[in-house]
Design a binder for this molecule. Structure first.
Ligand SMILES: [Zn+2]
Length: 115
């Protein structure tokens, strides 16, 4: 018994599946599996999208999450370490902004009590 060389779908040059004259992409049996794979791929690519932290609290939360992911071996430390360093410097920035805000309040209170 000779198998056809190419998929029977017009214009498709892919090798047909064993016992079929259609390829992996055009066999109706595979359509559900392919749709599921595409759906999963979409879900995974969405999961991988990170949003930068926009507050000191989010920064601390993300730091804790990255540290936990490293400890649970979900991400290698060569990936986690620079992320932790970046988050730490971002956190320092937030802390400086907060310190400056508190200083301003103290200064205005001092100015009022000296008046
Ligand atoms: Zn095909």
């Amino acid at each position: 018994m000779s198998e056809p060389k190419h998929c029977a779908h017009p214009g498709c040059k892919a090798r047909p599946l064993t016992g079929s004259d259609l390829c992996h992409f055009h066999s109706p049996d595979r359509q559900a599996a392919l749709a599921e794979a595409r759906r999963k791929g979409g879900a995974n690519s969405h999961k991988g999208r990170f949003r930068p932290p926009t507050s000191e609290a989010e920064c601390r939360e993300m730091l804790a999450n990255v540290a936990a992911a490293m400890l649970n071996r979900k991400i290698p430390s060569r990936v986690g370490q620079p992320v932790i360093a970046a988050l730490n410097s971002l956190l320092k920035g937030y802390e400086q902004v907060e310190l400056a805000r508190l200083n301003k309040i103290l200064e205005s209170q001092n100015a009022q009590s000296n008046a």
